[in-house]
Write a protein that binds this ligand. Structure first.
Ligand SMILES: Nc1ncnc2c1ncn2[C@@H]1O[C@H](COP(=O)(O)OP(=O)(O)O)[C@@H](O)[C@H]1O
Ligand SMILES: [Mg+2]
Length: 263
């Protein structure tokens, strides 16, 4: 077993092998390899500019890769391999279909401002998945209850606090029944008193065995919930370890520097 492989067996939800991506003439991802198993929670950390957001964006096809292999939920993301072994861009339809399997929660909640909380949640299942509206509505109500917002169904985003908006955003992503949830600093835009309520929802998701890749600076969350912590620096993974081991004895000097700044 190598560092980048998960200790769990079974089928990986994410298989990244030597993923490279350049942007604006600079190499942003320099050969990233990582496997995430079903039900696993991976916390991704590293200094600003390390490439964390770019890596998450490649995983759901918001960013294409230049080289390497990236398989999510059994399909290459954003490209396909022809019979001759050549790579070509995936069709828009294929990409859309694949994105439905992957939930993305952003730092800034990105709810539709003209829709109520519950409309934000049932909209995509009905419009994109073709779910029956009554069924989608019932599911949206259940999801709102799950994130502790049963009483906010008819509120527009501007009537909700940041923490409440982020919880609606999580419920909205879950409504598509994704195989993988990606979180990009989901609490960094929140006032401190609202961070806990969002992390609590994420902890419950983890307890329900949702497969999650979470970029966060909340090391308490990492310690409590992560199966593995992945440290990125300058476009590469420099260290992977279970949280207890990583925090107790980081191996890479740049991990030590990074942790000493944020712990
Ligand atoms: N579209 C882009 N064009 C050029 N450079 C980019 C683009 N997106 C990100 N970058 C650069 O890539 C590096 C990694 O960015 P990012 O993935 O956002 O890092 P992180 O999320 O770890 O802070 C940064 O130096 C950033 O400026
Ligand atoms: Mg980022």
């Amino acid at each position: 077993m190598t560092d980048t492989e998960s200790p769990r067996a079974a089928s990986p939800i994410v298989q990244a092998r030597n993923v490279c991506r350049s942007l604006g003439g600079r190499e942003i991802l320099r050969g990233v390899s990582l496997e995430v198993q079903a039900g696993e929670v991976v916390v991704l950390v590293g200094p600003s500019g390390a490439g964390k957001t770019t890596l998450l964006r490649t995983m759901n096809g918001l960013e294409t890769i230049d080289d390497g292999e990236l398989i999510v939920a059994g399909q290459p993301v954003g490209y396909r391999i022809g019979r001759d072994g050549r790579r070509s861009p995936a069709s828009r339809t294929a990409l859309m279909r694949q994105r439905q399997e992957i939930g993305f929660v952003f730092q800034h909640f990105n709810l539709f401002p003209h829709m109520t909380a519950i409309e934000n949640i049932w909209h995509a299942p009905v419009r994109v998945r073709g779910v029956d509206k009554r069924e989608a509505l019932a599911q949206a109500e259940a999801l709102l209850a799950r994130v502790g917002l049963a009483d906010k169904a008819d509120a527009r985003p501007n009537k909700l606090s940041g923490g409440q908006q982020q919880r609606v955003a999580i419920a909205r992503a879950l409504a598509m029944k994704p195989q993988l949830m990606l979180f990009d600093e989901p609490t960094s835009a929140l006032d401190p008193e609202m961070i806990g309520e969002v992390l609590d929802v994420m902890k419950e998701l983890a307890a329900d065995h949702m497969t999650m890749v979470v970029v966060t600076h909340e090391m308490g969350f990492a310690r409590e919930v992560a199966d593995r912590v992945v440290v990125m620096d300058a476009g590469a993974i420099i260290e992977v370890a279970p949280p207890a081991r990583l925090f107790a004895s980081p191996q890479h000097p740049r991990t030590q520097t990074f942790l000493s700044k944020i712990l």
